[in-house]
Design a protein around this ligand. Structure first.
Ligand code: JFZ
Length: 584
């Protein structure tokens, strides 16, 4: 009797010591409906953006001169008068356009949806429109509606479809907005007589949005863009149209601020754990529209890692292709899509329908997760194979049942738990040069003891591979090389690139140093939360040096972030730096 009682007590104690699953507040009917609408989109993770329009013909060159910037902006950048730009339509005849081939390639790449420009800022509709004759069927010799063909192919091949529609900027219309309208500047073409915005909204934008939502078999996504010069009245008029389509997913770029169904960090990847839906749109080179001399291609490796990084943070990637005026994808895009497809064919399971990583940082790569029927699967994306063949998963607790290679499930791995970490015995063979995915199958739930750095008395090191790197949209990218104590952030030249470390800290005064190399005298903007200081540093000479970044003071304990950005005007906009770690 006594013994039973003790066992009972022990069991009670055990139960009450179990970490309680965080109580989720009950979802409202509205949230549940939103979940249902977003379900396919959240599972998809990967889509194709297509920027295609008249600008594909000049392709970044006007009257024999190269025009700086993204090619779909050429009309504004080269200040081309409306009547002159219109002439491009007379020659626009993309006879090699093949919707079937485009959709096939998107599908092969592993993409689950396509978003194409139905009308960009130049005002030219790539679909047959009754609301404006300035469209591909009525104004070009092509005489086909490419978006109709695309919509039919998407239905046939089973892939979702969305249209991009530039609702505010329309450089072709007297009431449309343009890039510097908010600065009170005139349109570059003095012959374009100005009219009120609502003339354009009611006369063209609203009717055209009705057309695309009605005539293309039911769009899944409507992608608004650049709400410059938008008014609430205009936004409401457009919203009234989309309100008739409860399953239509829209983004947050209709107006500012505007919730939409998802947010759109452009040309950079945000940090982990956001509690809203988001999609990164990204170019493979620099320009969205085709630009014949834009050779700044990201490698397939970068693109796969980017997709994985985004999935590990719970977002989607909308990867852009800029077809030519003949209607073809650039060769370099085709190559990359095929190579990504090759990886996705074997590893897609680790992307689709997954949730964000439960880990703070994994020095060797990323993690995505999935839970089904009482089984938790961790997909370990190994970017850098540990040289000692021991893959350490920090702070993981759970009942591991099996560990295997996703691309070849017959290949199992031995494991053991040591000092709170899971060690996967992974013979140092590189299975996939870019990213090998290892599946950890766990019965029930997992628990992770975070490896987020903690700053108390004494000092901490924030290594390069714990940094979030925010690269600028159109400039040079800082890159992480290596992992752990051998990691370094290289090629840090662009003023817009930002490095950020997150950690927990206790109150106190700390001295901040960086182990880094700087080619020349440089200026750094150092930010701790909202506190900001500019610091001048000397050239470090040949080797890395511990550079003083000044004192910081932490008032309250909790999560903090430190960010570094170059601030100097010395040597133009560029100062080349390498950084190994921050020491506090
Ligand atoms: C816009 C367009 O102007 C561009 O041509 C392209 O279509 C792109 C996808 O979207 O450009 C933007 C929009 C938003 C930001 C930057 C450029 N932004 O939020 O930083």
């Amino acid at each position: 009797m006594n013994r039973l009682f003790v066992i009972f007590l022990a069991a009670l104690l055990f139960v009450s010591c179990q970490p309680k699953p965080a109580q989720q507040p009950e979802k409202s009917a509205e949230q549940l409906a939103q979940d249902e609408k977003m379900e396919w989109w959240r599972e998809a993770r990967f889509g194709m953006f297509i920027h295609w329009g008249l600008y594909a013909d000049p392709a970044g060159e006007w009257k024999g001169e190269r025009v700086n910037g993204i090619s779909e902006w050429i009309m504004a950048r080269a200040e081309i008068p409306v009547k002159e730009y219109e002439k491009l339509a007379k020659n626009f005849n993309p006879e090699k356009y093949d919707a079937e081939a485009w959709v096939k390639l998107a599908k092969y790449a592993g993409m689950k949806y396509i978003v194409i420009t139905s009308k960009h800022h130049d005002g030219f509709a790539m679909f047959h429109s009754k609301a404006s004759k300035y469209n591909i069927v009525d104004a070009t010799p092509f005489n086909r509606d490419p978006l109709k063909e695309l919509a039919e192919e998407c239905k046939k091949q089973g892939i979702r479809l969305g249209f991009y529609y530039s609702q505010a900027q329309d450089w072709h219309e007297p009431g449309g907005t343009y890039w510097n309208i908010e600065q009170g500047k005139p349109h570059w073409d003095p012959d374009l007589k100005r009219e009120p915005l609502m003339n354009y909204i009611n006369g063209k934008a609203v009717p055209q949005v009705k057309e695309i939502l009605e005539n293309y078999g039911g769009l899944d996504i409507l992608w608004w863009d650049t709400p410059r010069g938008m008014t609430e009245e205009a936004a409401k008029a457009l919203q009234a149209v989309t309100n008739d389509y409860p399953n239509l997913i829209t983004n947050n770029r209709l107006y500012r601020p505007w919730p939409g169904d998802f947010q759109t960090p452009e040309q950079h990847v945000p940090p982990t754990g956001l509690d809203y839906d988001w999609e990164v749109c990204m170019t493979m080179n620099t320009s969205w529209g085709y630009k014949w001399y834009d050779e700044n291609w990201k490698s397939t490796e970068e693109l796969i890692k980017m997709l994985v990084d985004i999935a590990s943070k719970g977002g989607n990637l909308l990867l852009n292709v800029g077809p030519t005026a003949t209607g073809e994808f650039p060769k370099a895009s085709i190559e990359r899509l095929k190579e990504m497809g090759h990886w996705m064919q074997q590893n897609g399971e680790s992307i689709y329908g997954t949730s964000a990583s439960p880990f703070f940082k994994l020095p060797w790569g990323r993690c995505t997760t999935k839970k089904e029927k009482g089984i938790t699967k961790l997909y370990l994306h190994v970017f850098d194979w540990p040289k000692d063949g021991l893959l350490k998963v920090p702070g993981l607790e759970g009942k591991v049942r099996d560990i295997y290679l996703l691309a070849n499930p017959k290949q199992h791995f031995a494991w053991k738990f040591e000092e709170g970490d899971l060690h996967v015995h992974a013979p140092s063979v590189i299975f996939d040069e870019i990213n090998t995915v290892i599946v950890v199958k766990i019965r029930g739930d997992i628990n992770v003891v975070s490896n987020k750095p903690r700053l108390k008395e004494g000092s901490i090191l924030l290594p390069a591979d714990f940094a979030d790197i925010y690269n600028p949209g159109y400039g040079e990218h800082a890159v992480l090389k290596g992992s752990g104590s051998e990691s370094v952030i290289a090629n840090w030249v662009d003023k817009r690139a930002r490095l950020e470390w997150i950690f927990d800290a206790e109150p106190g005064k700390y001295r901040m140093e960086a182990l880094m190399w700087s080619a020349e005298k440089a200026e750094l903007a150092v930010k701790l939360g909202e506190q900001k200081v500019d610091i001048e540093i000397d050239s470090t000479g040949e080797d890395y040096e511990l550079v003083n970044l000044g004192q910081i003071e932490i008032g309250e304990s909790g999560e903090k972030s430190i960010s570094l950005q170059s601030a100097g005007n010395t040597a133009g906009n560029k100062q080349l730096m390498y950084l190994e770690l921050i020491k506090l």
